[in-house]
Design a protein around this ligand. Structure first.
Ligand code: SF4
Length: 651
């Protein structure tokens, strides 16, 4: 099939043996690539009992069919594994040049298994794979190791945090990060410092008219108010001001949704006082990244999540310090969201007398040192390196331990956007805004769907989750999906049309339409504001339409759910801390996340039972029903069958 390199390489670090992993055109049509492909491989290969930090765990690094075809924002690649932070599947999407170069080397994906007996780095070219001694690289910061590896290569590396198995250490490609879930620690455990690839193979596409199609797509992205104006002008940080006004800016360890000094750390302030220029991923017309000056060096600037969580959430209004910590986190190789979440929680533990650790809200002079101590697991850094859930198990404070399934939440305070709260709770990788469906965009960030009401939130969350899964599987940035929000409405927030559109979002007719869309296996149309399905068709030649595209996302979401269920996930794990579900948001009447009722709607709309287990007919629809998935229903059903049989025999 066109647009694929055609090979998946399995690399066993223990034996230093490699082999090709079977992956057929039928697999490509069903799982596309990226994180959905990775979920299928993990589902097939991994025993449900394996530990995240073990030889048995695997890391799947996968590109999508759009990678390398010139599609907008298509340099993204995915990394999936069993997370040391959550014990569940995690996936992390990354920009940088690694994915593009991997495909040029002739591989769609790599599967890394085993554990090297000593520190190694891997070199992959079109016709060879070499295992190099990495002793001289061990200990190096992310930027140093990238500098030390061959210049023209695409690189994926870890820093000291990964080596020291900090549970939220990330992987880095250029200035971009696969940050969430701690896959950097899995690399560190496996003694793998880096992978570097180089090749010159060109990706072939099916339909030669694709160039003009992409040209048109790019110009639409440039004309859209979000992807053509807001993101390029202010970066993701441009959302901070509106988050404050809408009570969704996480403040003081999620005590509140507003921060009085928000303007000192806003996207506008970043642009005015710190940004030198914008810079983003290769092949991206949006360019949401920023470059700032730290210690006279021009480096990557902080994103919204880093600013929100290292700003308002720890009561810090010093943007310069955030830029500095952002650089330090990148050099040590750690996820900024989890690091900031851990620090905020430790501050509140200290304040409440549960853990005397020297951390205080608003006190920032010791934070550079704390970040270093986490990366090297020194002193209190050793506990902080384990994450919020671990800290709450050790020191208490479960009610204000801001995580879901063990992963620290992003910067959106969900009591001001309850659909986003649902998303955090049911996300497969834990407290992540993207895997949540990013429905906060509808709840005040761009559209104005009533953020406190539960109406239609489950339906929109599912639609959005599935679309983002599919987009990511294609190898494109999920921000390209923002184009589906109607331009005319975003440009005229006060018009009568906008007010009608916002009201329509919560009507039964909209629920009916979205539900139908969610149930459909195929919908034989392409939409101009979601060009992804047509792009995939032109690039690969596979049968593709809007319905199939969305179904690929749904398949991926359900597959990840099945992996988690296999690993012991229960409905009660789809949770949020009590602060968000039972305490009113400071300063805003009685806003709380009504999680149980939202979950009920979500499970029903997803075709799951009340325990959050996909029903047989859901799996049959997705083509996921086979002998392997019988584990889902085993205990209750088999026990009930046996009990019935025994009862009837006795009587
Ligand atoms: S929108 Fe931003 S994150 Fe996405 S590909 Fe472009 S620069 Fe990268």
């Amino acid at each position: 099939m066109k647009a694929y390199a055609g090979k998946v390489l399995k690399i066993d670090l223990s034996t230093q043996k490699t082999s090709l992993y079977p992956w057929t055109d039928s697999d490509r049509e069903r799982f596309l690539g990226g994180k959905v492909m990775a979920a299928k491989i993990i589902y097939d290969l991994l025993d449900d009992k394996i530990k995240p930090l073990s030889e048995e765990n695997i890391v799947v690094i996968s590109t999508g069919p759009m990678t390398g075809t010139g599609a907008p924002a298509s340099s993204r690649f995915n990394v999936s594994s069993i997370s040391p932070l959550t014990g569940l599947i995690t996936s992390s999407n990354c920009g940088g040049d690694f994915g593009l170069m991997l495909k040029k080397t002739g591989y769609d994906a790599l599967i890394i298994s085993g554990k090297a007996s000593d520190k190694v780095w891997l070199e992959l070219t079109e016709d060879s794979i070499s295992f190099h001694d990495a002793k001289s690289l061990w200990g190096m910061h992310v930027d140093q190791v990238q500098e030390a590896l061959p210049k023209r290569y695409g690189k994926l590396v870890i820093g000291p945090a990964g080596e020291n198995q900090v549970k939220y250490a990330g992987l880095f490609s250029g200035e971009r990060t696969a940050g969430r879930g701690g896959i950097g620690a899995v690399f560190g455990y496996k003694n793998l410092k880096a992978i570097a690839t180089f090749g010159k193979i060109k990706t072939q596409v099916y339909d030669s008219t694709i160039k003009s199609f992409y040209k048109n797509w790019i110009s639409k992205l440039r004309m859209h108010p979000l992807t053509g104006k807001q993101l390029p002008t202010f970066g993701t940080a441009g959302l901070l001001t509106i988050m404050h006004h809408n009570n969704i800016l996480a403040t003081r360890n999620f005590n509140a949704g507003r921060y009085n000094d928000f303007d000192k750390v806003s996207g506008e302030s970043l642009k005015e006082n710190h940004v030198i220029k914008k810079k983003g991923c290769i092949t991206c017309p949006i360019q949401c990244g920023r470059q700032v000056k730290v210690h006279d060096k021009i480096v990557k600037g902080p994103e919204l999540e880093t600013i929100g969580l290292f700003g308002p959430n720890i009561l810090n209004n010093n943007l310069e310090a955030i830029c500095r910590w952002n650089l330090e986190l990148d050099e040590y190789g750690m996820d900024s969201i989890s690091t900031a979440g851990v620090i905020a929680f430790a501050m509140e533990l200290n304040e409440k007398g549960l853990w005397d650790n020297g951390l205080e809200f608003g006190k920032i002079d010791n934070l550079s040192e704390i970040i270093r101590m986490i990366a090297y697991r020194e002193g209190i850094g050793n506990d902080l390196a384990e994450g919020v859930k671990f800290l709450s198990d050790k020191y208490g404070g479960h009610d204000f331990a801001i995580h879901s399934k063990g992963m620290e939440l992003s910067a959106y305070e969900p009591r001001g956007a309850v659909g986003q709260g649902l998303g955090y709770a049911v996300s497969n990788r834990g407290g992540c805004h993207l895997n949540a469906g990013y429905i906060v965009l509808f709840e005040g960030l761009s559209m104005n769907m009533n953020p406190y009401k539960t109406t239609n939130k489950a339906e929109f969350t599912i639609f959005s989750q599935d679309m983002m899964e599919a987009c990511s599987a294609a190898g494109q940035c999920v921000f390209t999906l923002q184009m589906m929000l109607p331009k005319d409405i975003l440009e005229k927030p006060n018009s009568g049309l906008t007010s009608v559109a916002n009201k329509l979002l919560t009507t039964p007719i909209t629920a009916f339409i979205i539900k139908r869309l969610n149930y459909m296996k195929s919908l034989p149309i392409h939409l101009p504001m979601i060009p992804h399905s047509k792009g995939i068709k032109l690039a690969t030649g596979m049968k593709m339409d809007l319905g199939r595209f969305k179904t690929i996302g749904e398949r991926g979401f359900n597959l990840e759910r099945m992996i988690n269920l296999k690993r012991g996930l229960k409905a009660s794990d789809d949770g949020l801390p009590k602060r968000l579900t039972h305490e009113a948001q400071a300063g805003v009447s009685d806003a709380k996340v009504p999680l149980e009722s939202l979950k009920k709607q979500f499970y029903a709309c997803r075709g799951w039972d009340q325990e959050g287990i996909p029903k047989e007919k859901t799996l049959r629809k997705l083509g996921l029903y086979d002998d392997q998935c019988l584990f889902l229903w085993k205990s209750e059903k088999l026990d009930a069958d046996i009990t019935d049989e025994v009862t009837s025999k006795l009587s």
